[in-house]
Design a protein around this ligand. Sequence first.
Ligand code: ADP
Ligand code: MG
Length: 309
Amino acid sequence: MRITIALGGNALLQAGQEGTFEQQAQNARTALSQLVEMMKEHHIVLTHGNGPQVGKLHLQNELAREKTPPMPFDVCGAMTQGQIGYLLQQQLQNELLRHGIKRQVVTLITQTVVDPEDEAFKNPTKPIGSFYSAEEAKKFMAEKNEVWIEDSGRGWRKVVPSPEPRSIVEEEIIKDLVDKYIVIASGGGGIPVVLENGVYRGVEAVIDKDLAAQLLARAVGSEVLMILTDVSHVAINYGKPDQKQIGTVTTTELRRYHAEGHFASGSMGPKVRAAISFVENGGKRAIITSLERALAALNGKEGTQVIPG
Ligand code: ADP
Ligand code: MG
């Protein structure tokens, strides 16, 4: 069976951690040890977020700006695909060797096509980088045509758009690779590019990794999409006294809960949208659960299971 797995931020960097390479490698080992069992019999495509890593890289670029030119944000995206890909690829390879599983792992630099007419470009919302003074922000806005916002009294921050992922440039390659190898692709949602006058060009934007994951899952013909995060289930009335975990749910029911506003737009919202979209476009099942429950959830015993209907 083909399975696409999306790893959440906490699989690599836990809240309160400084984020050294060794910490991230240790987290990756723990995360991957949960998944290696599946790799014995299934064809796996892995994808992952890059929020904390790209934030740190962007900061390094800003701080070193006087010594060496900062790289554009799409290049930072590519760099984190390499960084996280290397980390996962090596740790996973070691874990496979330890289990005597003869599979190899490949990371693919992946570009995600977005529509230059996407409404998100008119209204950038995702803050990146550190806080600056109003004067500095105004200078950047005037000189570089950037959008900056005042962030709840804490200072000014640059914001970038978060457009919908439309297609994957390297789709055919990923499809070929997945038959033979464990593939890591579309890291950080993929590097956002637009196709203009017949050429691709990187743009300054961020793509939601869960929305990108469902596109990837569909592109490679996965039967199952697994979104692994830090909660065991999707819940309705989340955080309230009458909170209730969702077990098996049809896309119709889940769509209704979504419309009722149960899922926060910056966290659970995109996972739910991704699950619905995957199943409504031919996927057999989408699972949202925590990393530790991955295997049990694949066997239908845990987590939120989104099915057609
Ligand atoms: P990831 O890094 O895996 O993408 P996110 O923080 O973006 O993780 O999303 C997971 C978080 O979503 C959970 O930790 C939880 O706090 C939050 N969340 C918001 N609404 C819900 C809900 N209705 N049910 C479960 N979790 C929810
Ligand atoms: Mg998230």
